[in-house]
Design a protein around this ligand. Structure first.
Ligand SMILES: [Zn+2]
Length: 86
């Protein structure tokens, strides 16, 4: 009889743990519906070519660079500075 009581207790504990486990796993399963914050793809950032400013030697993405002839500059000010120097 004592053994049966222990068996019932063990079954109850197992059920309690299972219920708790379900409660914990449920929000994570629903969390998939929540949109994840957009993150810039590091591969895409690396893919963009970097060019060096002819004045300050700073590296900038090719798309943001200002080109004058064969040279590239980080900003209009540096591009104009280069023109004045010539
Ligand atoms: Zn510059």
């Amino acid at each position: 009889m004592k053994l049966l009581m222990w068996l019932v207790l063990v079954v109850l504990v197992v059920f309690a743990v299972r219920k708790k486990g379900q409660k914990i796993s449920f929000p994570t399963a629903q969390g998939g519906a929540e949109p994840a914050p957009p993150r810039p793809d590091p591969v895409q950032i690396e893919a963009e070519a970097m060019v060096c400013c002819d004045i300050c030697q700073m590296y900038i993405p090719s798309s943001e660079a200002i080109r004058k002839g064969q040279k590239t500059y980080c900003c209009i000010a540096h591009a104009e500075q280069a023109v004045q120097a010539d």
